[in-house]
Design a protein around this ligand. Structure first.
Ligand SMILES: NC(=O)C1=CN([C@@H]2O[C@H](COP(=O)(O)OP(=O)(O)OC[C@H]3O[C@@H](n4cnc5c(N)ncnc54)[C@H](O)[C@@H]3O)[C@@H](O)[C@H]2O)C=CC1
Ligand SMILES: N[C@@H](CC=O)C(=O)O
Length: 364
């Protein structure tokens, strides 16, 4: 079990179905990569309060440090270059079920998932890169997960755990994939555009989204639309449309992503967005950042919609996914709710951990 901690909040509890039902002679070893980040530290907090799930946090790693728990406290030391290799070896040597939780936004780490899964180490992650990037890597991740040696869970990669991916996967399994989809998939962009429509400066609204924990580590990933394109890619793959190429238009030029002062250039867009919002308001419209799929083509980008359009009503970190189904063409299937933020994301990752532990339990 996680050792008692110094935290004072009420302990998390998990439903009986996720608790280890039969055996009592082992727990699942956990390693958390990115424990000092926003999502990682919220998850660490939850894990340290946890009761009712037999897991033992053995290792934490961030960009600079690594920490191992042998008896009691985690001892942090500077990282060595082969830490991730050593991590895999030590989890394998322990001879217990093991799970690596990747709470980074690092594409390189996702390349290790197939190896981990092949060696029976489960993976839980809110990191979108492996599932949305290079098709070959995606297929290797899914193929090694299908070997069934260890669970793979990534519900937090889209909608911060809203039941989007599961819904799409079930529709695909039923032979009823959506004919079309329309969605607002970015808490950051929903918040920024809603704030700007209320008279806030674009640059100030982005800073507010960052402070609220909605943005990626680099907010330009959100503003360029790349984060939304990653989510739509994961959704399309889950729904059975792996070959669709997504056209993307950002709110900022892609060059800013690599410019050293890219994030400082946002004020240059304040006047443009003020004018755009004023004009849209006069026309009874709103700017939203939409992800759309018409059954063949997909696009993410800023568009204007009537003020009473469902996507225009989003505020906070709201996400909305509207699916058009062949089985019920007149009634779209909507999934709607908070789609970004540290607390909801950590909660989704925690639920994935609990499901992964339950999977290990079923097998042993
Ligand atoms: N904030 C949100 O609402 C949501 C976030 N996510 C995802 O959660 C992940 C984490 O986001 P944040 O916590 O905001 O990021 P963050 O930047 O606050 O934290 C990242 C953590 O990863 C560590 N890290 C980075 N590269 C590393 C490497 N190569 N090796 C070891 N550690 C490394 C950092 O030291 C830090 O501890 C991202 O992939 C993000 O896309 C997913 C859904 C929603
Ligand atoms: N940056 C994302 C949150 C994580 O996926 C967003 O703003 O929606």
């Amino acid at each position: 079990m996680i050792s008692p901690s110094t935290f004072t909040d009420h302990p998390s509890t998990l439903p009986a179905s996720t608790r280890r039902p039969v055996r009592r002679d082992w727990s699942v070893n956990l390693a958390l990569i990115g424990h000092s980040g926003q999502v990682g530290s919220a998850l660490l907090h939850r894990l340290q309060q946890l009761t009712g799930l037999e897991v033992e946090l053995k290792t934490v790693i961030n960009r600079r440090q690594t920490g191992h728990r042998e008896d009691g406290e985690l001892q942090l030391v500077p990282r060595a270059s082969d830490d991730l290799d050593q991590l895999m070896q030590s989890l394998r040597r322990a001879g217990r079920p093991a799970l690596i939780i990747d709470c980074t936004a690092d594409a390189g780490i996702t390349e290790l998932y197939p190896r981990w899964l092949r060696h029976g180490i489960g993976v839980v992650t809110p990191n979108k890169h492996g599932l949305s990037g290079d098709r070959l890597l995606y297929e290797r991740i899914q193929a090694t997960a299908r070997l069934g040696r260890a669970p793979l869970r990534y519900s937090a990669t889209v909608g911060a755990g809203l039941p989007i991916l599961r819904t799409l996967a079930r529709l695909r399994l039923a032979g009823d994939p959506p004919r079309a989809m329309e969605a607002a998939l970015s808490g950051t962009l929903a918040h920024v555009l809603a704030q700007v429509s209320q008279g806030e400066r674009f640059s100030a609204a982005v800073e507010d989204a960052r402070r609220k924990g909605f943005t990626e580590p680099n907010p330009l990933e959100d503003l360029s639309g790349r984060d939304v394109a990653r989510k739509l890619t994961i959704m399309l793959r889950e729904a059975g449309f792996p070959d669709v190429v997504i056209q993307r238009e950002g709110l900022v030029p892609d060059e800013w992503l690599t410019a050293p002062d890219g994030a400082q250039r946002l004020e240059q867009l304040d006047a443009l967005w003020m004018d755009r919002q004023t004009a849209a308001r006069r026309a009874g419209e709103r700017w939203v950042y939409a992800a759309r799929f018409d059954g063949r083509r997909a696009r993410v980008g800023p568009v204007t919609v009537p003020a009473d359009h469902p996507l225009a009503g989003l505020s906070g970190s709201g996400n909305l996914v509207r699916l058009q189904l062949a089985t019920n063409p007149n009634t779209p299937l909507d999934v709607f709710g908070p789609g970004a933020g540290v607390a909801v994301t950590a909660s989704a990752v925690m639920a994935d951990v609990a499901e992964a532990v339950a999977t290990f339990n079923e097998r042993n």
